[in-house]
Design a protein around this ligand. Structure first.
Ligand SMILES: Nc1ncnc2c1ncn2[C@@H]1O[C@H](COP(=O)(O)OP(=O)(O)OP(=O)(O)O)[C@@H](O)[C@H]1O
Ligand SMILES: [Mg+2]
Length: 361
């Protein structure tokens, strides 16, 4: 993160105005983290024809749009019209499109920073990547030109659904970054665990919505998504990645999104249990997921080579949620069957459910 001031050569600010900006600069990193966006402060140059970037903060909660620092670089009216408008009029601008110094199309929200005489001395800018939106817009444009009305309607519907999934994913990511920030401030070990579980559940759901946003909802490659979710859960866990060996075996399994979403929630809980309960702190462990289908049935297993389930989980329903949720989803959403096998050499959970006709591959 870089927050540098290069004001002296370019603008005529009083000491008081500089101090005011200094205070805003101190808060840039937290604003960038919370809004999952690159944040900048720009000032108008003396000739009023362009602005200069005087401070910046890149988010730690998502990938930055920028590869290098742009402090000291010039923002022109052609490439960042909203910035110049806000600096000259003192009005905020929301959703203005611009082109970054690194030639990326981005969207800016801009608010003026004013001194006590209500004079605009700089602007605070939030920038985010909109390449996905631009792709969707292009798709919509192409289909608007198509002649076939039914095809048009179908494509339009799927573009809208994909856009909704994209937004849901973004919202889930925002919630999980807020939880992550809160978790860092937490001193109780038990609360940290609860935060960690919730972040993992939300992040898995974000993976699913990201897949649906990119590939549509009709045929979900369940094995591929399970690989992504399990790898994510291991990277989010407090166990070092080198101590958990994960493999996903079997053949691709295509499911409609409604069924796939339940399957992913189940796999999320089962893999999370392997990570949390199967191995003692210093043990190295193996987690394996297998995926098969035969005729109209899907078979999924999640197993580990840990210590096995000690004590029967169903006795204490009040303190645990995971397996209750799994049992509910298997019965209500999948009309499937679940069985547990465990010994002191590990735990294996098998899930079987019927696949609806239209997606059998
Ligand atoms: N793979 C496993 N290896 C060892 N023990 C397990 C395994 N899976 C489940 N268990 C045991 O079964 C219990 C119940 O699991 P469940 O997922 O319902 O609750 P939890 O993981 O403790 O809490 P929650 O899932 O609500 O965060 C666990 O507390 C653990 O003792
Ligand atoms: Mg659990």
């Amino acid at each position: 993160m870089d927050c540098t001031f290069h004001l002296e050569d370019f603008t005529i600010l009083t000491d008081e105005q500089r101090n005011l900006l200094d205070d805003v600069v101190k808060n840039l990193p937290i604003i960038a983290d919370l809004s999952q966006a690159d944040i900048f402060i720009d000032c108008l140059l003396e000739d009023q024809q362009a602005a200069i970037v005087v401070a910046e903060a890149n988010p730690r909660t998502t990938q930055s749009l920028y590869k290098t620092s742009v402090v000291g670089q010039i923002a022109y009216e052609d490439t960042e019209p909203g910035v110049l408008f806000s600096l000259k009029t003192g009005k905020p601008v929301v959703g203005s499109r611009g082109i970054s110094q690194e030639n990326v199309v981005m969207q800016q929200d801009i608010v003026p920073i004013k001194d006590r005489f209500n004079q605009t001395i700089a602007v605070l800018i939030k920038e985010r990547d909109i390449s996905q939106e631009i792709q969707t817009e292009q798709k919509v444009k192409t289909l608007m030109n198509s002649k076939n009305n039914r095809e048009k309607e179908h494509l339009m519907q799927s573009a809208i659904i994909q856009e909704i999934h994209h937004r849901v994913k973004n919202n889930l990511q925002i919630i999980s970054s807020i939880l992550r920030l809160q978790m860092r401030r937490c001193s109780s070990g038990e609360a940290v665990e609860v935060f960690r579980d919730s972040i993992a559940r939300l992040s898995s759901m974000a993976v699913v919505h990201d897949y649906l946003a990119q590939h549509g909802i009709e045929n979900v490659d369940a094995k591929f998504v399970m690989e992504q979710i399990s790898a994510l859960l291991i990277s989010l866990s407090k166990t070092p990645e080198s101590r958990l060996n994960l493999s996903v075996q079997g053949e691709p399994l295509f499911l409609p999104s409604e069924i796939a979403t339940s399957v992913f929630l189940i796999v999320n809980e089962l893999v999370q249990n392997c990570i949390k309960h199967a191995f003692s702190d210093h043990q190295t462990g193996m987690i394996e997921i297998t995926v098969h289908s035969r005729k109209q049935m899907a078979y999924i297993t999640v197993s580990d080579n840990g210590q096995g389930i000690t004590g029967m989980h169903s006795k204490d329903k009040s303190s645990s949620l995971g397996l209750q949720l799994v049992e509910l989803l298997v019965e209500e959403k999948l009309q499937g069957d679940l069985s547990f096998f465990h010994s002191n050499r590990g735990t294996k959970v098998s899930l079987t459910f019927p696949i609806p006709d239209k997606v059998i591959s």
